[in-house]
Design a protein around this ligand. Structure first.
Ligand SMILES: [Zn+2]
Ligand SMILES: [Zn+2]
Length: 415
């Protein structure tokens, strides 16, 4: 466990007194300052009195529903930054979804394994790498009620590295606009790098709408592998020519550098990055980032086909071997799940994957955490809830944990 650097206060709201005492004595031994409260009633007052760094709680109390507590805290700007970890014996995705919307940060599943509990606390409070999805759609943005839960913006991922102020952004789909608005509100000046996998619209359309580009003093480097025609600058600036957009790139005020991402390991601000070429119609990067001992791979557009597997000569076979060795043992794989297997049957060689094949291959490669993303427009919320359940069922009993990306969701993993 990472060292607890300052006094960290944990408040446990739980009606099972024995459990509270056990957790309390364990956490106190680990150096945390532990408080408990055992009823629904008075819990909010207790939070205000203790002002904990973390709340651990149950959702079911004899005198009330824990979700109401979460909601009350979420709506209070003085307390909505306190992370809430829910202890639960149940594993229902829909219930989880409702709880996350009510302000729950994460879940810890019973039975209690105490070493895992401190790992989870470290993950929430400690030095964790944060992956925030600002867009999870492939092909085209999908507004509307059917997409409200998982989100309709196209691909954009932000990576936050502990102690690193410079931004790290991957892909500039329409999700980048939302990230830009957030940054514009919260910091005076910013700098960072934007890595683009390729120049298909769903990966660059948010670029002209990224507010920090219009502010003097900001500084960005934009990386992309060489495309069929045009440099990184030409590709991005051409989509803003006057025919297409009233706002042209001449209006950018930030200091911008456009770079062609070359092969091999490159080291930047607290991380290193390398890439291979995806199985996709144009030159598309699959990036692997290494941050200290941790690594993650971002492959939003990549077709993993099962074809040619039996033949040791086929092109697809050679590609799969290269992919396998690139992702083998990574902490997190974020991968294209544009289709389900049925839709994929009609769309083979389009350059996208069926989620079933991705899950299967990730299990085979020992990927610890698989995050499915880049959902096609045909996959609405109801489909994605079902896919998440089925994918988790497929991975049950293996070393691979599967989740679906959601717009606005932050995935943390220890640095
Ligand atoms: Zn795409
Ligand atoms: Zn593409």
């Amino acid at each position: 466990m990472a060292k607890v650097k300052k006094e960290v206060k944990i408040l446990m709201i739980e009606d099972d007194l024995t459990l509270c005492d056990l957790v309390g004595s364990f956490l106190e031994k680990k150096g945390y300052v532990f408080y408990q409260h055992n009823t629904f009633e008075g819990a909010i007052d207790r939070v205000k009195q203790v002002r904990p760094d973390l709340i651990i709680m149950d959702l079911h109390f004899p005198d009330g529903n824990g979700l109401h507590l979460c909601k009350t805290l979420k709506d209070d700007k003085d307390y909505n930054k306190i992370p809430i970890l829910v202890l639960t014996g149940r594993d229902y995705p829909v219930e989880k979804e409702v709880a996350m919307k009510s302000g729950v940060t994460d879940f810890f599943h019973k039975p209690m394994v105490y070493s895992k509990l401190t790992e989870k606390i470290d993950e929430i409070l400690g030095e964790s790498i944060k992956l925030t999805f600002w867009g999870v759609r492939g092909s085209v943005p999908c507004p509307g009620a059917k997409y409200a839960e998982f989100g309709g913006n196209s691909t954009c991922l932000q990576v936050k590295i502990p102690g690193q102020k410079k931004m790290l952004i991957i892909d500039a789909g329409t999700g980048l606009r939302v990230l830009g608005d957030e940054v514009d509100k919260s910091v005076e000046n910013c700098e960072g790098r934007i890595f683009l996998t390729h120049a298909h619209w769903d990966h660059i359309q948010g670029f002209p709408f990224f507010k920090p580009l219009y502010k003097e003093g900001n500084k960005f480097q934009v990386h992309m592998p060489q495309q069929i025609s045009g440099s990184t600058k030409e590709v991005l600036v051409d989509q803003m020519s006057y025919t297409y957009s009233p706002i042209t790139s001449h209006m950018f005020k930030a200091d911008l550098e456009y770079l062609t991402q070359t092969r091999g390991l490159q080291r930047y601000d607290g991380y290193s990055v390398e890439h291979i070429t995806a199985n996709h119609p144009v030159e598309t990067a699959i990036y692997k980032f290494e941050i200290g001992k941790r690594s993650f791979v971002f492959a939003p557009d990549n077709e993993l086909s099962t074809k040619d597997e039996s033949s040791s000569k086929g092109k697809s076979y050679a590609y799969l071997k290269q992919f396998d060795s690139f992702v083998s043992g990574v902490d997190v794989l974020i991968h294209d799940s544009q289709f389900d297997y049925e839709e994929y049957q009609h769309k083979q060689r389009w350059g996208h994957s069926a989620w079933e094949i991705v899950v299967e291959r990730s299990i085979k490669n020992g990927v610890k955490h698989l995050i499915l993303t880049h959902f096609g427009p045909d996959l609405v919320d109801d489909d994605l809830f079902r896919i998440e359940e089925e994918a988790q069922e497929m991975a049950r009993g293996t070393d691979t944990h599967v989740e679906l990306a959601r717009e606005g969701k932050v995935f943390r993993f220890p640095a």
